[in-house]
Design a protein around this ligand. Structure first.
Ligand code: ZN
Length: 71
């Protein structure tokens, strides 16, 4: 299990990134939203999409969520 966070700042390529709480690239507290504790990043991404249905580019961070990163 891991804590997952959503970076609420859109990346230059249009993505919103999901990170684990221990990722080096985790954004500052003011720029992130806690998604919950999940056993796999795919659940965190589903939760982020449920909360932000208009954000159609939610992607896993390639460093901490390589299984959910779509390049
Ligand atoms: Zn990350």
């Amino acid at each position: 299990m891991a804590n997952y966070y959503l970076n609420t700042n859109q990346q230059p390529n249009g993505d919103y990134e999901v990170h684990t709480g221990s990722c080096l690239w985790l954004p500052a507290q003011s720029n992130r939203e806690y998604l919950g504790d999940f056993s796999h990043c795919s659940y965190a991404i589903s939760e982020a999409k449920r909360r932000h249905p208009s954000w159609n580019r939610i992607n896993g961070c390639k460093h901490c969520c390589p299984g959910c990163h779509v390049s």
